[in-house]
Design a protein around this ligand. Structure first.
Ligand SMILES: Nc1ncnc2c1ncn2[C@@H]1O[C@H](COP(=O)(O)OP(=O)(O)OP(=O)(O)O)[C@@H](O)[C@H]1O
Length: 214
């Protein structure tokens, strides 16, 4: 859902001491993070990026929508035409792609390879359908699901963020049920983190990410 909104984590980040660390995980596979909108995915990986700026990076998606003011090509998105998107899709160039509101979005294999070549661990923030596609593509990654402590907490975070219309809140809560159902499939995710207390959830994420590869 990052595609709809790159979340602000300023309000919660002030609760943390700002420390930049230099360790690197030994497992450098991309990390796919999913979970319902408003659960705190962006907040959690935002903290990881803030503390390990040289280690992690968010995958830059392709989109056929036009840039919004302040967005630059290659930074916020790779802005492409529908024809170019379709051509890349036909060549099997995406690990996942989807359509929202008449526009196409996708994560290209080349983008992940380029970011990995820059010695970065790539984080993908995608919805459950995308996660299924990434898995089906045989792409080697680690899968993390961020769960809310309760449906009520999720609704209150979504409303508290102050970014959604009532219609959008309802749409996201409906989609949340689909995301939560996927989290119940045994083995679908490598790690499920309940984002109740932020610091505890962040530490769980960090611990998982830095867990030595088996
Ligand atoms: N543990 C927490 N306790 C209380 N509030 C939290 C916690 N984690 C995040 N929040 C708040 O919840 C709101 C939603 O968080 P965030 O925007 O990171 O969610 P998201 O999962 O990235 O959503 P989207 O998928 O829509 O981008 C934000 O206002 C954030 O500050």
């Amino acid at each position: 859902m990052r595609r709809l909104l790159f979340s602000s984590f300023a309000s919660v980040r002030s609760r943390f001491a700002y420390t930049m660390a230099s360790e690197r995980p030994t497992d450098t596979r991309p990390i796919v993070i999913s979970g319902p909108s408003g659960v705190g995915k962006g907040t959690l990986y935002g903290l990881l990026f803030q503390r390990y700026p040289d280690v992690f990076t968010l995958s830059v998606s392709h989109t056929t929508r036009g840039p919004r003011p302040g967005e630059s090509d290659g930074v916020h998105y790779h802005f492409v035409t529908k024809e170019a998107f379709q051509a890349l899709k036909e060549q099997g160039g995406f690990v996942e792609s989807a359509q929202f509101g008449g526009n196409f979005y996708g994560t290209s294999k080349a983008t992940i390879q380029e970011q990995t070549a820059k010695n970065k661990i790539v984080v993908l923030d995608i919805e459950v359908e995308g996660v299924k596609q990434v898995k089906a593509s045989g792409f080697d990654a680690r899968y993390v699901f961020i769960a809310p402590p309760s449906e009520e907490a999720l609704e209150s975070r979504l409303r508290g963020r102050g970014t959604e219309s009532e219609e959008s809140v309802q749409k996201r809560l409906k989609q949340a049920k689909i995301e939560l159902d996927a989290s119940k499939i045994v083995g679908f995710h490598d790690k499920i983190i309940v984002n109740d207390d932020l610091e505890t959830a962040y530490n769980e994420l960090k611990e998982f990410v830095f867990k030595p590869s088996q």
